[in-house]
Design a protein around this ligand. Structure first.
Ligand code: HEM
Length: 73
């Protein structure tokens, strides 16, 4: 699991300096909508990481560019 977390951090790094390109935003949209992420195996140990429908709706507003500091800015 520690290896998974390292890999995940490499895949998804929300550091302030980092600007996501369209492909990365698309990948996030994809895994959030299909509920592939967070991984099931991770949720067994960290149930609080489960995204609710409201969480997914909020993330969707982010990638649609509807929030301040939007993904596509
Ligand atoms: C809502 C939270 C999360 C989001 C939005 C997210 C997003 C992503 C994205 C966009 C990718 C790349 C997928 C691709 O190749 O297109 C990825 C890969 C990955 N994520 Fe996550 N992730 C989340 C949570 C987590 C957590 C909590 C773990 C904990 C282990 C994790 C483990 C991984 C791993 C191991 C990969 C690389 C392996 C693979 O592509 O299947 N992710 N994630």
């Amino acid at each position: 699991m520690a290896h998974h977390v390292t890999q995940a951090r490499r895949q998804l790094n929300f550091s302030i300096e980092y600007v996501l390109d369209e492909e990365e935003i698309g990948a996030i949209a994809d895994v959030v909508e299909t509920q592939v992420m967070p991984p099931r195996s991770y949720l067994l140990m960290h149930p609080e990481a489960r995204l609710t429908d409201a969480d997914r709706a909020l993330v969707k507003r982010w990638w649609m560019g509807e929030l301040p500091g939007a993904a596509s800015e």
